[in-house]
Design a protein around this ligand. Structure first.
Ligand code: NAP
Length: 527
């Protein structure tokens, strides 16, 4: 498959600009063919205008039409075969098995949203039938459901080049909701982005979707992304990436004449509390499991456990020493990009310079590789230095030793928003530390008992999001089927004749979906 190195504006390929960049071989830092031309503001404008035109048609497509489109995208991505995996391996240094798994997850995610569309109840239909004789005032016929927002802009992260990128969860959920997508490709994997973008466009053509339902604009500088965020026809933004990027985009979207929602999923340190009973019972195996979770995928996961907290005693000292040994024994790996490795090393140096922080263990890092690092500090230092809780993206973790249960609760109370928190404990520990679970529930989107946070299931009940600064909107998720409602808003139809209502709200319930009719959930027709 030949890469064009330009923008995919609907089915039209465009290279208007004169600023170019390349992908890089992540292992060596050597640039890869071809040159990519950065999108001009005019090309971003063309893509968004086309998406706005497409929205008029696309928002009226049936759930079955859109489900067929999503299924076809999954098939087109799978049929890219080795060409996709091999380009992606070059651009990210992620191993084949991981990328094959991620491709499966990406296809599965698209097909899951197709299932959601075919089931149909995601539109949250509510019907209050008219009560013309009600005293003192009659009640009108009111029918409410979710409708798509319009064209949206999506940004992907570098660490999931498939599942959180061009055809990732944000794109899949937005297309499912009925919103055309203009995607800003991540400059760390432009070739992968173009291959996947072209697959989406082929799927759109094959299933009769309107021109411009999907476009891909590429760029290696913030101007391209900002042109998308600031475009007056864009109705919402989905973002996965760093805190710095997410916050800048959130602020820009709020400065617009018409502010729009930004669903930014940003970094997190995912605290892990290890309670005294379980450390006594199985400290050694937990220590090994913690080290494995910290170093999984060279630590390049937003759910990486960057903090752990335990109460001071001799078992905790053994636990830390064992976790350190396991961590130091891991093989250093290449990170996704050179700048990311530099940021990791600088982040570790910054943490090490804070207060009494000590390096407990460090894997030998050969040139160009990221070695795992474990640091430790105490509760007082942690409370006084909030930067110890900031994400250092890579295979590192900071252990905080509390000297009393009260100190442990102080740490929990002082946490900002995270994607996840984890508590390891025996049944007795968990009963005794129930208040800890209550506090952590206020701080995160997913609370985990006796497991590790890395690994995010794509399903109906998943919540991948949490209070700020983990995200800019804790009411939503970027993983799982609930993500679809981010791209929709409620519209109430008052006094409409049946034939003018959308299918989801018609008396006969032709879609057979679950609806709340006069306060009760039912799949029955309205009498
Ligand atoms: P990133 O540097 O923030 O990049 C993400 C995208 O945003 C890129 O397309 C980037 O393009 C663009 N961007 C960044 N700053 C921008 C700005 N000021 N204005 C306009 N566009 C901007 O993130 P990353 O390095 O790929 O990802 C690593 C981070 O993502 C980690 O912190 C990780 O924890 C987080 N992450 C979070 C989740 C989650 O679900 N919460 C999942 C995966 C990763 P340009 O480079 O061209 O500006």
């Amino acid at each position: 498959m030949q890469l064009t190195g330009g923008q995919l504006i609907g089915s039209h390929k465009s290279r208007q600009g004169n600023k170019t960049f390349t992908g890089y071989r992540a292992e060596t830092g050597k640039s890869l063919e071809p040159d990519f031309t950065e999108a001009t503001s005019d090309e971003v404008d063309q893509a968004v205008r086309l998406a706005a035109r497409a929205a008029k048609i696309y928002s009226q497509t049936t759930p079955e039409n859109r489900a067929t489109f999503l299924d076809r995208i999954a098939d087109e991505i799978l049929s890219l075969g080795d060409a996709l995996i091999s380009r992606c391996m070059q651009e990210t240094a992620l191993p084949e098995a991981r990328l094959t798994g991620e491709r499966g997850r990406t296809a599965g995610q698209l097909k899951l949203f197709a299932t959601v569309l075919r089931e149909g109840s995601w539109v949250e239909a509510r019907i209050d039938t008219a009560l013309p004789d009600r005293q003192p005032l009659p009640r009108p016929d009111l029918r409410r459901m979710l409708i798509p927002l319009g064209p949206v802009g999506v940004f992907g992260a570098s660490n999931f080049p498939l599942a959180f990128s061009v055809a990732g969860g944000d794109t899949a959920s937005a297309l499912a909701a009925g919103c055309p997508v203009v995607f800003k490709g991540h400059p760390a994997h432009p070739g992968t982005s173009e291959l996947v973008g072209a697959a989406i466009i082929r799927a759109a053509q094959a299933t009769g979707m309107p021109e411009g339902v999907f476009s891909l604009v590429q760029g290696g500088s913030v101007e391209v992304g900002m042109a998308l965020v600031n475009h007056p026809l864009i109705k919402a933004i989905g973002f996965t990436g760093s805190f710095r990027g997410g916050k800048a985009i959130f602020e820009a979207a709020n400065r617009r004449e018409e502010p729009v929602p930004v669903y930014a999923e940003m970094g997190s340190t995912n605290p892990v509390f290890v309670l005294p009973g379980i450390i006594r019972e199985k400290g050694a195996s937990l220590a090994n499991a913690l080290a494995a979770s910290v170093t999984l995928g060279v630590g390049q996961f937003c759910t990486n456990p960057g903090l752990f907290v335990a109460l001071h005693d001799e078992h905790t000292e053994e636990f830390i020493s064992q976790a350190g040994k396991a961590l130091a024994a891991t093989v250093p790996g290449a990170m996704l990009t050179g700048p990311m490795l530099k940021a990791y090393r600088e982040g570790i140096a910054k943490l090490t310079a804070i207060g009494n922080t000590q390096v407990v263990a460090q894997a030998d890092a050969s040139d160009g590789k990221a070695g795992a690092v474990m640091l430790r500090t105490d509760a007082r230092q942690f409370v006084e230095n909030p930067e110890l809780a900031e994400e250092v993206f890579g295979p590192s973790t900071v252990g905080i030793v509390a000297h009393s249960p009260e100190e442990l609760m102080t740490i929990a109370n002082g946490l900002k928003g995270h994607l996840t928190a984890t508590v390891h404990g025996t049944e007795e520990d968990l009963r005794e530390y129930k208040p800890l679970l209550d506090v952590l529930g206020q701080k995160v989107g997913r609370l985990i008992i006796n497991a590790f946070p890395t690994g995010v299931e794509v399903g109906y009940a998943m919540q991948h999001g949490g209070p700020y600064p983990a995200t800019t909107d804790s009411r939503t998720t970027s993983v799982g089927t609930a993500a679809i409602s981010r791209w929709a808003r409620p519209l109430c139809y008052q006094g409409f004749p049946d034939d003018l209502l959308p299918e989801a709200l018609k008396n006969g319930n032709p879609l057979g979906i679950w609806r709340m009719v006069n306060g009760e959930w039912t799949q029955s027709a309205v009498a």
